[in-house]
Design a binder for this molecule. Structure first.
Ligand SMILES: Nc1ncnc2c1ncn2[C@@H]1O[C@H](COP(=O)(O)OP(=O)(O)OP(=O)(O)O)[C@@H](O)[C@H]1O
Length: 255
């Protein structure tokens, strides 16, 4: 494992400890426009299993690119991304699609639920797509965790934004993925509802050892994580352990 692209000791120690890593990035660079734009610049990082990490950075700092490369939604221009022991760059497109469906969970700002399906079918969609049966006990637990047990026959249009996002969290957890990537999942929600959704992610980490990576602009959201990783111009420039909204804001202002 290589050292990260920045010097702080805490970051070096973290990245040099790949034991138990859910996802590892090694010297990942992503360029666009035939190399004219470097969105990610030689980034190395590992996300330890059972941890909750927030990724923050200014607009254009590379957060979405980082999430896309780390989750297999996109491939880096150079460098390696591993999910567990699987090198994503060595997979054919079909295998990569299966990996994203079976081993990774996603939560997006826009919920991305299927309008014609009720809550139960939305939650179990990744299982059905993978030809897997729902483990009834686990499904029941996930549905209860997100508080949607009495809404299983509702369509997304009959739910509030917060409820729809809770369904999306359940869908992300139902496959017992090795890692969940949440991309601005609370940006469209009021602060109280956002807190409910973030608490679900926190509880998944604390209760079932889920690994979660959250991309956010919001210091209050980032404060739910175990640590905050700051991106600037495609590079990881700092890590803040045990964040509070105040310490995140202070660090953000001096980036
Ligand atoms: N498909 C693309 N083609 C060309 N340039 C791109 C593409 N996607 C991203 N970029 C550029 O890469 C850089 C990083 O973009 P990215 O979307 O990862 O940043 P971000 O931190 O997620 O921004 P935001 O907070 O505004 O969503 C930016 O300069 C952006 O313009």
């Amino acid at each position: 494992m290589t050292a990260p692209n920045t010097v702080p000791g805490a970051i070096a120690a973290h990245a040099a400890d790949p034991g138990g890593a859910a996802v590892t990035l090694e010297r990942v660079t992503k360029s666009y426009d035939r190399g004219r734009v470097t969105a990610l610049d030689n980034v190395s990082w590992s996300f330890r299993r059972g941890t909750f990490t927030a990724i923050m950075g200014a607009s254009g700092s590379g957060k979405s690119t980082f999430l896309h490369c780390a989750s297999g939604l996109d491939l880096p221009t150079s460098g390696t991304v591993r999910l567990g022991d699987t090198d994503l760059g060595k997979l054919k497109e079909t295998a990569l699609t299966q990996l994203r469906r079976d081993r990774v969970g996603f939560v997006f700002q826009g919920y991305n639920l299927v309008p014609s399906m009720d809550v139960q079918r939305n939650i179990t969609l990744p299982l059905r797509l993978g030809g897997r049966r729902a483990d009834t006990g686990w499904l029941t637990e996930v549905v209860h965790r997100v508080g949607m047990a009495d809404r299983l026959d509702h369509k997304p249009s009959q739910l509030s934004g917060g409820q729809q996002q809770r369904v999306a969290v359940a869908r992300a957890l139902v496959t017992r993925p090795e890692i969940v990537f949440a991309d601005e999942p609370t940006a469209a929600l009021d602060p109280r509802t956002a807190g409910h959704v973030l608490r679900l992610l926190r509880e998944a980490v604390d209760g079932i050892g889920q690994t979660v990576v959250l991309v956010t602009h919001d210091p209050t959201a980032a404060a739910w994580a175990d640590s905050v990783v700051f991106l600037s111009e495609g590079r990881i420039v700092d890590e803040l352990p045990r964040p509070t909204a105040a310490t995140v804001l202070t660090r953000w202002e001096t980036l």
